[in-house]
Design a protein around this ligand. Structure first.
Ligand SMILES: O=C(O)CCC(=O)C(=O)O
Length: 256
């Protein structure tokens, strides 16, 4: 796909898939590092907030990911180049994290967006890089094409299949890049091995974390508006997390 086609697809659907982003040896090194990082995980911490939002995974960042095979992916010039094509020439790298979906624990992620549409034009680019074949058994990223233009404003079943969804059943080495307001989720890992989703983020220079910290950690979930680390309120406020007071009728989802 040419740069223009990629950008056009990204603007229309809210996401694009890039095949063969990683070579065989890059996949093997990164997978070995991801497995070592997962082996070093301790017991599940008590996280009632993540349970409430339906985010059942272990998230790694910082030192836990400082491993040569993972660093090599982040430093790949092609990663930055794709972000430049999709966002803008002077886009800025905003770090990586890795979601680990452990087997036999019901690990999966509810439908959500990575930023709050009230904060537009702020938006960031999320790039999920796959080091394993993505199958219905391992779990897969799901996205709703075109949903980046429609804010989540009511409750709906956190983990349900949605009409028109795209399930990223992709070979290892693929990448999925999406706008932060695109509705997405991860299906349950029903296999016997951990599933890894390496997530790199980029943003426009004017929206770097240290310039506009108030925009970060604000997400929309199927259950409500989530402000990371903020208490729950009974009624919507700008400061707190809150559940949606109403529920969508499944035939009236706003992106339909
Ligand atoms: O695990 C995945 O496939 C997607 C990860 C994700 O959506 C996220 O971390 O926000």
């Amino acid at each position: 796909m040419s740069g223009d086609q990629l950008r056009q697809e990204f603007e229309q659907s809210g996401f694009v898939v890039v095949g063969d982003f990683l070579a065989e040896d890059e996949i093997a090194h990164a997978l070995a590092d991801a497995e070592a990082a997962a082996d070093a995980l301790g017991e599940d911490p008590h996280r009632p907030d993540r349970d409430f939002w339906g985010v059942h995974s272990r998230r790694l960042s910082g030192e836990a990911l400082d491993r040569p095979g993972l660093n090599a992916i982040v430093r790949k010039p092609e990663l930055h180049r794709i972000a430049q094509r999709l966002l803008c020439e002077d886009c800025v790298y905003d770090g990586i994290g890795m979601q680990v979906y452990l087997p036999h624990r019901g690990h999966k992620q509810s439908w959500h967006t990575d930023t709050d549409p009230d904060d537009l034009p702020f938006s960031c680019l999320t790039m999920v890089i796959y080091v394993q074949d993505q199958t219905p058994a391992t779990g897969m990223t799901r996205l709703v094409p075109g949903s980046h233009r429609t804010p989540i404003e009511k409750r709906f079943p956190d983990h349900a299949d949605l009409p028109g969804q795209f399930a990223a059943e992709l070979p290892a080495g693929s990448l999925c890049a999406f706008q932060s307001t695109t509705w997405h989720s991860a299906t349950e890992n029903r296999s016997d091995r951990p599933r890894f989703a390496l997530v790199a983020r980029f943003c426009r220079p004017e929206y770097q974390r240290d310039r506009v910290p108030q925009y970060y950690g604000r997400m929309r979930h199927a259950r409500g508006a989530r402000r990371s680390g903020r208490p729950m309120f009974d009624h919507p406020t700008d400061e707190g997390s809150y559940p949606w007071p109403e529920t969508y009728d499944p035939a009236e989802l706003p992106f339909l």
